[in-house]
Write a protein that binds this ligand. Structure first.
Ligand code: PLP
Length: 453
């Protein structure tokens, strides 16, 4: 069946499906690439092309594609008990088991979990929990949230407001304007060349302190940050940054929310990055994506004992934590998460990701000699390459040059899927990547970037 055939998946999709982050005007002509198969590090499309997946689907397929063990666990759970109402006083075994596992392995005393359907809803839950917590403490005015420019926290309305990427907000009303604020991203590439890393960190921390003072510490409830900013450009903060921002939060009785939707479950070589990599213990931690390696949607918002103690107090007016999701603690999703965790453990994928992460980052630096590579940076198995028209003056390509899109297309023709975010190429391969695949990704990327004029 050809693409143009009205019965092809391509034609049906093009006619009826609204894709995320898609310009509907050009979509009408191009449609989507239909992915029909996936195994290990590779996916296959409906034209028969086999492509190396250098982005793990979308930062999520940590254990690789097409695992029989995941299919068996999911099918077994469906036959055993596929769903039941999770509200109030019923639960299921996988949700309880996963809750206990998370409590044991998450940083500090994050011993309580609220399950959601993905990262955006988990961030929404985090904000609801922050507001509920301060209301229960009688601090009704302490509700403002500070986020960062370039942050990505999701696509539901509140998560999109937390996000600091302008393009995600264009043509939408600002529903969270009155309570969400943004400070600078920790962007080492954008810092003035004559400023040291320490001085830059001082600047960011001072800006944060100043913003809290300006808003009034009694009004500011929480700070939200990704340990390494993902979609905003794989921005690795200056040394000590997170710890110092966390200390500021503690001084002002604010909660620190770590959005670990991308960084948890092995991408930086640890179950969770905030404590093990960056030395701070968030009050709330948000996970999704790698928690099931993308086999089934699931998000999790973990909270500390202190928050739990406060929100467990009886409410005078009989209120309850009313965020009610039908698919809270979905048994099939939680079972998938438990099996995913077993696989990561049994196959030593955290250690493998640490070792491969080093190789991945070291090989990437080889791209720096290319005329149009302005910066290469990352951590573990997260990496970004900034494409520049003139790297000495940090001059970007004109939008019409479509540099990122062109590199993406050439890489795909050469058999590798990378992710263009504007003129930045983002990589986040499955944790099961081996050296040969890493080398293939960079050799293809080198060829594609060399072709830019
Ligand atoms: N937070 C971060 C850091 C993310 O990267 C993403 C998605 O890419 C989200 C939240 C939103 O997750 P989801 O797309 O599962 O709603």
């Amino acid at each position: 069946m050809t693409r143009q055939d009205a019965n092809s998946a391509w034609a049906k999709d093009r006619a009826h499906v609204l894709h995320p982050y898609t310009d509907f005007s050009s979509f009408k002509d191009e449609g989507s690439q239909v992915i029909t198969g996936a195994e290990g590090m590779y996916v296959t499309d409906s034209d028969g092309n086999r492509l190396l997946d250098a982005i793990a689907g979308l930062w999520c397929v940590n254990i690789g594609h097409g695992r029989r063990e995941m299919a068996d666990a999911i099918s077994d759970q469906v036959m055993k008990m596929q769903y039941y109402n999770p509200f109030g006083h019923s639960t299921n075994e996988p949700a309880a088991e996963l809750g206990a596992w998370l409590a044991t392995h998450a940083p500090g005393d994050l011993n309580h979990v609220y399950y959601t359907t993905g990262g955006s809803t988990a961030n929404d839950a985090a904000i609801r929990l922050v507001h509920y917590y301060f209301t229960m403490k009688g601090q009704h005015q302490k509700k403002k949230i500070i986020s960062r420019n370039s942050a990505y926290h999701g696509a539901t309305y509140v998560a999109a407001e937390l996000t600091g990427i302008h393009a995600t907000k264009m043509s939408f009303d600002k529903v969270g304007e009155h309570f969400i604020n943004h400070v600078s991203a920790a962007n080492m590439y954008a810092k003035p060349d004559d400023m040291s890393e320490d001085a830059y960190c001082d600047f960011l921390v001072q800006e944060f302190e100043d913003r809290i003072e300006q808003l009034g510490p009694d009004n500011v409830a929480a700070f939200i940050a990704e340990p390494v900013m993902g979609a905003g450009g794989v921005l690795v903060a200056p040394k000590g940054y997170h710890r110092r921002m966390w200390e500021v939060c503690k001084r002002h009785d604010m909660l620190y929310i770590a959005d670990e939707v991308v960084t948890a479950f092995g991408r930086l070589g640890h179950w969770f990055a905030s404590e093990e990599v960056f030395d701070y213990q968030p009050d709330i931690l948000v996970a999704a994506k790698g928690i099931t390696s993308g086999y089934i949607p699931l998000g999790a918002t973990l909270i500390s004992d202190e928050i739990y103690e406060v929100i467990s107090r009886p409410q005078c007016e009989g209120g309850v934590f009313s965020m009610g999701l039908t698919y809270f603690g979905h048994p099939v999703a939680c079972r998938a998460a438990l099996t995913n965790i077993e696989i990561i453990q049994r196959e030593g994928l955290l250690g493998h990701a640490r070792n491969m992460g080093k190789h991945f980052q070291e090989t990437a630096t080889g791209l720096c000699d290319l005329e149009h590579v302005g910066d290469v940076r990352g951590h573990g198995l997260m990496l970004a390459v900034d494409l520049m028209a003139d790297k000495t003056t940090k001059t970007p390509f004109p939008v019409t040059a479509q540099a990122g899109a062109n590199v993406f297309r050439t890489c795909a023709e050469l058999g590798v899927i990378v992710r263009p975010v504007g003129d930045r190429i983002v990589l986040s391969p499955p944790l099961v990547i081996e050296k040969a695949e890493s080398n293939q990704i960079y050799s293809v990327l080198r060829q594609a970037i060399s072709g830019l004029s």
